[in-house]
Every structure is written in C-alpha cells, then in structure tokens.
Design a protein around this ligand. Sequence first.
Ligand code: SF4
Ligand code: SF4
Length: 81
Amino acid sequence: MPWVRDDLCVNCGKCIDSCSSGAISMKGGKALVSQEKCIKCGACMPVCPEGAIRPNSENPVLAGRSGAGYGFGQGMGRLRK
Ligand code: SF4
Ligand code: SF4
C-alpha cells in the first residue's frame, strides 16, 4: 500500500482527487492513506508533484518483513523471482 512521506508532502491535495476509492485524506496538513480503503491501484503515486507518495517497499514500518502479502512496486518484483 502506498504511504506518504510527511517531510515531502506540501498539502496540495492533488492525490485526494486521484483516488477513486476515497482512501486519501488530509490529517494535520499531510496526506494520509487509509489502510482499510486503499485498493493498491497506484493511481495516486505519479500524481504527487513532490514525489511524497512512496511504494510499500520503501515503508520503514515494514522493513525487515518478507514482503509476502504486501506486494506493491519493488516488493512485487521481488515476489516474482
Ligand atoms: S499530492 Fe503529494 S504533496 Fe500533494 S497532498 Fe498528496 S502527498 Fe501531499
Ligand atoms: S493506491 Fe489507489 S486506492 Fe490506494 S490511495 Fe492510491 S489512488 Fe487510492
């Protein structure tokens, strides 16, 4: 699932419009992806002018996990090997 780097997000709101699932909201001036609503379509990632929406594989919270069940971006590539 995509996640948002708070240090890059500039509160422009463009990602919200790109998400057909209504999974993105603004919390404290930063975009937040809802784990419950996100369908992992990836549409929000190229829309962000700051590159603040990052693939699951870069999520520090998931560092060290195998990636199984969390496939997205680079993570999916690893699973195909
Ligand atoms: S498009 Fe990028 S910079 Fe704009 S609100 Fe969304 S995450 Fe933040
Ligand atoms: S990956 Fe798709 S469903 Fe998930 S937040 Fe981005 S646009 Fe919305």
